[in-house]
Ligand binder design. Structure first.
Ligand SMILES: [Zn+2]
Ligand SMILES: [Zn+2]
Length: 142
């Protein structure tokens, strides 16, 4: 988990720079989501950190668009992307305190590491998980 002490911030941006943001506070380590919706959205599985929504501040959001991404369980999820360059950036369950941020959008070094896999029940048939990290069929459960 990356911690931003004091005024330290983690920055991120889309490919073209029309969406730029910074994060204060803690970032969760990275969880890979293999669900079919994340795979459509990102073109591959989604690799996400997660932060408190209130700790995410936009520096620039001229390109930012939100897509309502309903599931069987909730219609309160929206996915954020850049309408200029197409970068897939956010997964946001609006009734929850956290927002998931695509780890690839963060500036290096992130000080994060990958800690596991979720929604392995929907994994793509063209790749395999080759690490020993925990795998869950659906959500993360302890
Ligand atoms: Zn962009
Ligand atoms: Zn997913």
């Amino acid at each position: 988990m990356a911690k931003n002490e004091g005024n330290q911030k983690t920055r991120g941006r889309c490919l073209c720079g029309q969406v730029e943001f910074e994060i204060q506070g803690d970032l969760r380590d990275v969880v890979n989501c293999h669900c079919s919706k994340c795979r459509k959205f990102h073109g591959n599985y989604g690799a996400y950190t997660s932060v408190k929504f209130e700790n995410l501040k936009f520096i620039k959001q001229t390109g930012l668009k939100w897509f309502k991404s309903t599931t069987d369980e909730t219609d309160n999820v929206r996915r954020g992307f850049c309408s200029e360059c197409g970068s897939s950036l956010f997964w946001h369950p609006e009734d929850q305190p956290n927002i998931a941020i695509a780890a690839g959008s963060l500036d290096s070094p992130t000080d994060l590491k990958t800690i596991g896999h979720i929604w392995c029940s929907q994994i793509g048939d063209f790749y395999a998980i080759k690490d020993d990290l925990p795998q869950f069929g659906k959500r993360w459960s302890d």
